[in-house]
Design a protein around this ligand. Structure first.
Ligand SMILES: [Fe+2]
Ligand SMILES: [Fe+2]
Length: 181
């Protein structure tokens, strides 16, 4: 976040709010990657602690982000003529992300079984790749749509996203409730 970062979510534009959320996601992806690299040789208790931090991010940041997109962001974009293909494509990504997250949850619950740590490593890498591609795709495909929202839709979207950022204590504005790497 540079000097132009608003001091509070209510001063931010839609673009800044979405970019702020995605910046938080990318920061956690680097964290996930380092846990995946270490997983096969990590001491089980330490691995469990580190995975708890990842799961906290996935459940408390990622899942609400996906829900907000599906409830308010994508429907707003669908109001732009010819843009509903955008949400269709993004929803398919969300489905794949949520399926992989479910598999990761189950593998972590079963961490003591042999070969589970290899499976956890594989799922963390898969999830990281899915999320990186999804965030890049969403950023690049949504940019041209932002400017086409009518001003009332844009403003109501902006207010709801700002409310979401405050409710989830998002980091670009100085605090995050979730464990850091
Ligand atoms: Fe998304
Ligand atoms: Fe997103």
């Amino acid at each position: 976040m540079g000097d132009n970062t608003p001091r509070h979510p209510s001063d931010a534009t839609v673009e800044q709010l979405v970019a702020g959320e995605h910046a938080i996601m990318r920061e956690h992806l680097a964290h996930m990657r380092s846990i995946a690299d270490d997983a096969p040789l990590e001491i089980p208790l330490t691995l469990r602690d580190r995975l708890d931090a990842v799961l906290s991010f996935l459940r408390n940041d990622l899942v609400p982000h996906i829900q907000t997109e599906e409830e308010i962001i994508y429907p707003a974009f669908d109001s732009v003529a010819g843009a509903d293909w955008f949400s269709q494509a993004m929803l398919i990504d969300h489905e794949a992300i949520m399926t992989t997250l479910g598999q990761l949850d189950r593998a972590i619950a079963d961490i003591r079984r042999p070969r589970r740590r290899d499976e956890i490593q594989r799922l963390l890498y898969v999830l990281e790749a899915l999320l990186r591609l999804h965030l890049d795709k969403e950023d690049r495909m949504s940019a041209p749509l932002m400017g086409q929202l009518d001003s009332r839709t844009g403003e109501s979207l902006r207010r709801r996203l700002a409310g979401h950022a405050v409710q989830h204590h998002h980091a670009p504005w100085g605090f995050s409730a979730h464990p850091k790497p």
